[in-house]
Write a protein that binds this ligand. Sequence first.
Ligand SMILES: Cc1cc2nc3c(=O)[nH]c(=O)nc-3n(C[C@H](O)[C@H](O)[C@H](O)COP(=O)(O)OP(=O)(O)OC[C@H]3O[C@@H](n4cnc5c(N)ncnc54)[C@H](O)[C@@H]3O)c2cc1C
Length: 393
Amino acid sequence: MTLRMAQKVMFKESWPIIYIILAILTPLLHAEVEVRRITPPKLSANFLGQKVLCHRPMRRGSPNMSVEQRYGKVIVSNYGHGDSCWALAPGCADYSNNLLINSRYSKDLKKDTPITIIGAGAIGLFVAYDLLIKGYSNITIVAEVFDALTSHISGGLVAPVSIDNDAKVQSTIYKIGFKAYNFYKSIAEKKHSHIIEGAVVLPTYFENRDDSGLETYVGVVMEQAKDVILDFCNGTTRKMIVYDDGIFVDTCKLMTAITDYLKKNKVKFVKKKISSFSQVRDKFIINCAGLGAKELSSDNKIVPVQGHLIMLKNQNPANLQYMISVYLNEGTTKSGQKVRRSFCIFPKYLPNSGANDFGMIGTTFIEGATNLTPNKEEFDIVHKNAKEFFGIK
Ligand SMILES: Cc1cc2nc3c(=O)[nH]c(=O)nc-3n(C[C@H](O)[C@H](O)[C@H](O)COP(=O)(O)OP(=O)(O)OC[C@H]3O[C@@H](n4cnc5c(N)ncnc54)[C@H](O)[C@@H]3O)c2cc1C
């Protein structure tokens, strides 16, 4: 048989296999990426509400979750969670309370021993809640401020992003994150025993899987992300990925729900600034002072990371049942500070706002910036970036 004849025979005999491969591949090749239509929020100037400047308590290296003996007191630290405080709070409350309970300092810690928590933000409230659940009954929260904290006004995306984590602590942070995710999910699914509102499951869009911080959650507590095209019904489309089981924490609602539960269970609330641990009568102290920990614990690793958020007005809440978070660029503010800019949108209300004053856009990350350097021009950049993202002229 000549070579040409041999090739002909082989080709003839391979046909069924080629046919089967083509039959499998064809539908895959034509599988269409899902297109989701989103009506953009109204973003002209008269639809913009309150401009919110706030500061994340970021700690270089990692959040401080530790226990030590100082000034004759047992001091637990739980602060410095950067942009992931909400994403981690219920999990890190359990983690730091267990550190105390299992420490060598706990021999005097009885269920009715007085414990003082410094700070009434998300971390302080969750620490108190977790102690109650663990059976401790003599808890006081002391805080300089109780209202309009960063914990109330920030976003509520549950994703462990933008904290400065040493690789050594990363696996602990993920475990804490899984616990927190499950805590919120039980609220969202109305299965939580004490808290009935404050978290919802919502589609959460990112530009790619790596930016989400959620890939380690996949297969543990979350489903895989899907590729989708967002169509803003104005000629603009964007290729994104979506976790349909993302979680949005309605931060103000949840702070109120937990505070109510704590008060019902006799947790005491005292308004006072603590300048030194020696001012606290109780032996057991849990420091949840956020940025205040820099001074209180003389912790120079604490750095404020400034953020700019804009509330929206007169929107249709039904059109904003999702979250988006996209990194944009790095630059320099007018005052010469380094800024990372992202576009995000959350379905957020602030207390006392009208029913349609709904939604929040942002944000910036400016390390080291404080109220003294508000970088106000960044609000205009947030607004411009939001319009550009949605293709609004
Ligand atoms: C723009 C922006 C967007 C964000 N988005 C998200 C998000 O989408 N997801 C997420 O997980 N996180 C997000 N965060 C981060 C999160 O909101 C914060 O990290 C978090 O609210 C910090 O909580 P906290 O309890 O540590 O501190 P805080 O809420 O600041 O509370 C600190 C408490 O300590 C008290 N205190 C401080 N010093 C003293 C003292 N010396 N004596 C007595 N009391 C004291 C204060 O009065 C206050 O009660 C965002 C933050 C910003 C700024």
